[in-house]
Design a protein around this ligand. Sequence first.
Ligand code: ADP
Length: 295
Amino acid sequence: MATKKPLAKEIPDVVYDDKGKPYKKGRFLGKGGFARCYELYDRQRNITFAGKIISKHLLKGSNQKEKVTQEVTIHRDLCHPHVVRFDGYFEDPENIYILLELCPRRSLVELHKRRGALTPPEVRYMTLQIAEGIEYLHARAIIHRDLKLANVFLNDRMIAKIGDFGLATMMEKGNERKKTLCGTPNYIAPEVLEKAGHAFEVDVWALGCILYTLLVGTPPFETKSLQETYRRIKSNQYRIPSTIGNTAAKVIRELLAANPASRPKIGDVRKYAYFTEYTPTHLPTSCLTLPPKFS
Ligand code: ADP
C-alpha cells in the first residue's frame, strides 16, 4: 500500500529568525525533494535571499535530518565566486530555513531547455567557471557528488555558481575511498555504480557529463531506461558526434575515463588546448534565449 506523504504546511508571509528578525516571503523559486524555495527579503540589509525551506514533518522517521545538518555543516563555511553563498540558517517549530545567495537566472537546466546545445565559447565559459568552483571544493577536501545542470545556478551577471550540497561529503584522510552514497546522483560515475569506492574523481566525471551535454545537446549516457543507462556507464559506452572538434573530444574522453585514476585532477582541466580557444569573460543575459554573436 502506498504511504501518503504528510503535507507540509503553508509558509507564512513573514518568517522570523532566532533573533526575531523578519524575512518577508516573496516569489516562489521552485521545489526539490524536501525543500521549497522562496525569495526571502531582509529589510534591514535590503537583500533578497533564496530561502530553502524544509518542513520538519517531512524529515521525520529517516536519516534526512542528519543529511540536512551535513549539508549545512559543509556549505556554511564556503566562500567562492563560483559557489552559491550560504548566508545563514535558522528554524522554527515547522521548518528549517537556509538562506542562500539568490540566483535569479535560475539553473543550467532552464538554459539548456531553452537553448539546447550552446555555442563552444559559452560551453568553455561555463565549464571553466564550474571547474574553478570544484577546484575550490576539492582543495577543502569536499566532494560535491551531485554535479548536474540543475545544481549550477546563474546570477544576474550570468556567473555560474555551484549549489545544493545535499549529497556532498568531506574526506578525512588523503587516500580514503567513500563506500556509500545515499541518493541517486544524476551524472553518476561508474565506480559509484560498481560500489568500488569513490573520491574526488566523481566530480571530474560529472563535469565531463556537463560539458558533453552543453556542447552536444543531450547527455552522454542517456537512454529511455535507467538500467540501460547504468549498463552504458559501466561499459563506458557513449558516442562523440563527428561535428565536435578534436580538442573538445579529447577533453570529453579524458574527463569520462572509465578508470577514475586516469581522469585529470580538477586543477588540470583548464590546461587542455580546448580551453585556450576563445572564451568570453562575460555573457549577456540575452544568452538565456538566443545564441550570442561573438565578433
Ligand atoms: P533539490 O531538492 O532538487 O536539490 P533545491 O532544494 O536545491 O532542489 O531547490 C529547489 C528549487 O529552488 C529548484 O527549482 C531551484 O532551481 C531553486 N533554487 C535553489 N537554490 C536557488 C538559488 N540559490 N537561487 C534561486 N533559485 C534556487
